[in-house]
Design a protein. Sequence first.
Length: 207
Amino acid sequence: EIQQNLITASHMIDMDDIVREGFSTLREVASDVTFPLSDEDILLGEKMLQFLHHSQDPVMSEKLGLRGGVGLAANQLGLLKKVIAVLIPNEPEFDEEDNEIAPKEAYKMREIMYNAKVISHSVQDAAVEGGEGCLSVDREVPGYVVRHARVTVEYINKDGEKKKIRLKDFPAICVQHEIDHTNGIMFYDHINMNDPWEIKDGMLVVK
Ligand SMILES: Cc1nc(NNC(=O)[C@H](CC2CCCC2)CN(O)CO)c(F)c(N2CCN3CCOC[C@@H]3C2)n1
Ligand code: NI
């Protein structure tokens, strides 16, 4: 495939590997990956997670010229495979003298998810305060991205184990953003363009 360097172990994903609006795979439905996972699909997932780590590291993000990311989908790499990676850090706390206290768990969520799908969801909607962005969208698109407040997601992890997890708050938003990518859906598809900041029917605003 055209994304040859994505399957060389030593290559580190950077912004040049991320396709932008107009590239076909952002509007296509990706295929389920088959199990047992190929070495290529295992490597792909690991490199997607590595990209997110690098993007959240002051030194590596600077070195590789990365925009910050907490999620990534294979469609954004030009690959029609249902592979997503999520890396959501726990925010550090601060003591009375404003010294940073490392959180017990560094990450709220750190996962490579194969064939992820939403199998059930709350009636209640939610949107992230301030709206969303996307590494494949080089422009601001303001407005509440209306999503499900809580979702039950089924996926297979890199060890081939079927998982079923319930998510709420920001993790629910992030995983929906990534699963959307694997179905050719962009975040701004969920913004009410007539009234982008409309809050209706008990929609939660998530920080
Ligand atoms: C909220 C946020 N969105 C960032 N970017 N956008 C993304 O991740 C897109 C996916 C997210 C957009 C909204 C829901 C999912 C990427 N998308 O296109 C993938 O499909 C961030 F970078 C970011 N953080 C907070 C944590 N910080 C830790 C230290 O390092 C910087 C990092 C910045 N928070
Ligand atoms: Ni995105």
